[in-house]
Design a protein around this ligand. Structure first.
Ligand code: AMP
Length: 401
């Protein structure tokens, strides 16, 4: 894959696939602009080189139809503020008007196209839609790591049609951290996995069993392992149909001599109300949960045990919260783990996307983290060892072979 420094974009129309799929609050304001900020180094570099920068992204799931609720217009305004210069917003991403607009812009200008997913051809990786995007493009750059696991027109179909293409700075950085640093980790290499379901993380656990020295489990995922060990978990979120899988993971970890730690105590609650953010009565418990109660966080003994592992680690990869961190009384475990990772300044710390990133930001611990991935699903698939269509499409054949 070429880097941005190996292409010569001066005066060229450079189509940059970015990931501007940002969250909005109830008043329609962007509530987290991390993804916009993450694309700035690539945009500024191309501008500095005198490229005509054409940015394209998806936003939400408009299902192939034009829907103003998913317009990228507010993103153009936010990007202009961050760049300190105007961003030309076009109301579509293909068609004769868009083509003539992008041909008419000055070198160094920045254009943002309207949501790619307003056209059904984007998600279908339709060849006609890819050709329509190609008519805007002289050089192709992908900096949308968060969308690299999808074979869509803008991530796979278009780059297949373009000769000159490269990975943007963000994409390269994601691959370097999630790939390089976990492939040859400084040891001890500690992996912390949590979140809702074992089934979402099976592939990652399997792949990381081969590389990690220790794996810590938290979140609702832990209750499926508790079932595998013959414990009662009350009304906790768990996957009884994955109990055999959990047993086989525990057996593999034992065989391979990997330290595989499960919670030794739990915060459980009687009445969970997500909407009201309340838990009803809570208690700390070891062993079987009473009927009707659900596990909502790891307990204090588990926190102490996990912090002992985080301290001496030299590479730490974390994906998935330790409990229902969205509800205040259930976030102690997640925040304690986040803080301990941030305080371990001798380790390379990598946070793998999604809710762990939200928790890190909520707790104000992001300063102490070396790398925060912008891709949830993409980072999991990459860690599993799957090839990402958006990355494969950038690979160039070795002409000398
Ligand atoms: P994931 O997307 O798989 O990383 O899961 C993140 C979600 O898992 C968050 O919304 C958490 O609230 C949820 N979660 C974590 N622990 C629990 C738990 N003990 N019970 C129910 N949901 C949980």
């Amino acid at each position: 894959m070429k880097t941005l420094r190996e292409i010569f974009p001066k005066g060229k129309r450079v189509f940059v696939r970015v990931d501007f799929n940002v969250p909005f609050d109830s008043e329609g304001n962007i509530s987290d602009s991390t993804r916009i900020e993450a694309a700035l180094p690539t945009i500024r570099h191309l501008q500095g080189e005198g490229a005509k920068v054409i940015l394209a992204s998806h936003l939400g799931r408009p299902k192939g139809e034009c829907n103003p609720q998913f317009s990228l217009r507010p993103v153009a305004a936010e990007l202009a503020r961050k760049l300190g210069q105007p961003v030309i917003f076009l109301e579509d991403c293909i068609g004769p008007e868009v083509e003539s607009a992008v041909r008419g812009i000055y070198d160094g200008s920045v254009v943002l196209l309207e949501n790619l997913r307003f056209h059904p051809g984007e998600e279908k990786n339709d060849s006609e839609f890819s050709r329509a995007l190609d008519r805007l493009t002289e050089i192709y750059v992908n900096d949308a790591f968060g969308a690299a696991h999808r074979a869509h027109a803008s991530t796979a179909g278009l780059p297949a049609l373009v000769e000159e293409k490269a990975g943007g700075f963000l994409l390269q950085k994601e691959l370097a951290y999630l790939g390089g640093k976990t492939e040859n980790p400084e040891r001890p290499f500690l992996v912390i996995l949590g979140g809702a379901k074992v089934s979402d993380k099976i592939g990652v656990i399997d792949a990381l069993l081969e590389k990690a020295d220790s794996i810590l489990i938290g979140g609702a995922m832990a209750y499926t392992f508790s079932l595998a060990q013959g414990c009662q978990v009350g009304s906790s979120l768990c996957e009884p149909d994955k109990v055999d899988l959990a047993k086989s993971i525990l057996a593999s970890a034992r065989e391979m001599g990997i330290k595989f730690l499960l919670p030794v105590d739990h915060l459980i609650s009687e009445k969970l109300d997500f909407k009201a953010s309340t838990t009803g009565e809570t208690q700390i418990i070891e062993g079987d949960f009473p009927e009707g109660w659900s596990g909502t966080d790891i307990g204090p003994k588990t926190i102490a045990l996990y912090l002992q592992e985080i301290g001496p680690a030299r590479t730490i990869l974390w994906n998935g919260p330790m409990g229902i961190f969205e509800i205040e009384p259930c976030r102690k475990g997640t925040f304690a783990v986040a803080e301990a990772i941030a305080r371990n300044t001798e380790a390379t710390s990598i946070i793998g996307g999604g809710d762990s990133v939200k928790a890190i930001n909520m707790g104000g611990f992001s300063e102490g983290i070396n790398f925060i991935s912008t891709g949830g699903g993409a980072s999991l698939e990459f860690l599993e060892g799957k090839s990402l269509p958006g990355v494969t499409a950038l690979e160039i054949m070795d002409q000398s072979v």
